[in-house]
Write a protein that binds this ligand. Sequence first.
Ligand code: URP
Ligand code: ZN
Ligand code: ZN
Length: 473
Amino acid sequence: MRILIKDGTVVTASDTFAADVWIDGGKIVGLTHPSQRGAHGLQTADQTVDATGQYVIPGGIDAHTHMELPFGGTTASDDFDTGTVAAAHGGTTTIVDFAIQSKNSSMRAGLDAWFAKAEGKAAIDYGFHMIMTEASPAALEDMAAMVREGVTSFKMFMAYPGVFLVDDQQIFRAMLRAGELGALITMHAEIGLPIDVLVQRALAAGHTAPIYHALTRPEAAEATGTERALALAEMAGVPVYMVHLSAQRALERVMEARDRGLPAYAETCPQYLFCTEDDLRGDPPGQGQGEWKGAGYVCTPPLRPRHHHDHLWRGLRNYDLQVVATDHCPFCMKDQKELGRGDFSKIPNGMPGVETRLYLLWEGVVAGKISLNRFVEITSTAPAKIFGMYGKKGTLAVGADADIVIWDPKREKVLGKDTLHMRVDYSPFEGRKVPASPSHVFSRGELIVQSDQWVARQRQGRGQFLRRSTFGL
Ligand code: URP
Ligand code: ZN
Ligand code: ZN
């Protein structure tokens, strides 16, 4: 079936131009000037979509999601069905989710469990990173097999003692192995052991409210972890990617490393660009949900004071930050965040976001903080390049998968739990009016979302596993 998207303005990471986009067999087969319609052997289409006045952009790639993640005594509330459908509604057509190696279990078992969660469920294409909770000889062996299967990036944690935390020697061993295999290590770089002491002291002093989540995870803990991770990568002679970078000083560490010519990469997330530490304080006493409302904003690293926003936006503009991913890890206020009433350290860490990333970042375009092309780059092209998907995903070019969003700059939307599709009972952005939204979303040439409706025949299981290439930048 041949599809024509006509009269739109195509935007890639590098160019903006008027073009018709021709799709056949799930791929882009032509990008032609509208005045040339009928030439190039591309005369007729089975389906034509008019994109006049709209931008035609590559489908978003969210390189950091946690569908159905068991965490904090509960499980993230979106599975691969609901989470990927929500992603698609917001203009994201690919996710890279984190499979986990549970403590005292093999990486292989962890990855197999993630295949089982996603297969037959995911509605858009998906890849996996692998979370390593050890770097034993067996785990280092498993890394090779996983890279061959297209799982070419691994996450390690300096945070969460007793759950995910690994020591520097294990990180270093995994980095050396990644270097041999062409894989990429991604790092959660808050130093968890001193944080735990701060948490215990806060609780002992009777500080139990959500705001103490931020007050016990200071910026210094992320900055020093970032510096350490960068030094380990430098010693190993490998690239490194910092996940969910939240703060000025951590960013400065990345900038210094990049200025020294090191292959250091970093992502931030919309919550660190749009929310602040004050959100963790909740409603004023006696109003709304009171301080408990802050539980909906508990994520790790924590939200920071407002002045960090400017630094992160500048980092995005100046290429010191390469990617905006979401760290989508939703927990419902009822029953899930509730686990931490009376003890902030038991509030499951994470926020919903896979659906709202493009809506929010567009505000940055409208405000002149980033260009249209940079918007495409940080939401799609850069993650495709860093994580071995480029060419197939992340751009609009002949031969690429037809993962395409028709982005209507005049199609306003009010964000809220009832207008969004994530399976969670609140929105951190309830009532926020955003200026633009997708009118059409295509995944491998199939129209899947139109005017806020899921329109593809199939939903569960139409997404395909993406075998990603090794690190090639
Ligand atoms: O709060 C967060 N970020 N939850 C997910 C786990 C992680 O550290 O990415
Ligand atoms: Zn993390
Ligand atoms: Zn995460």
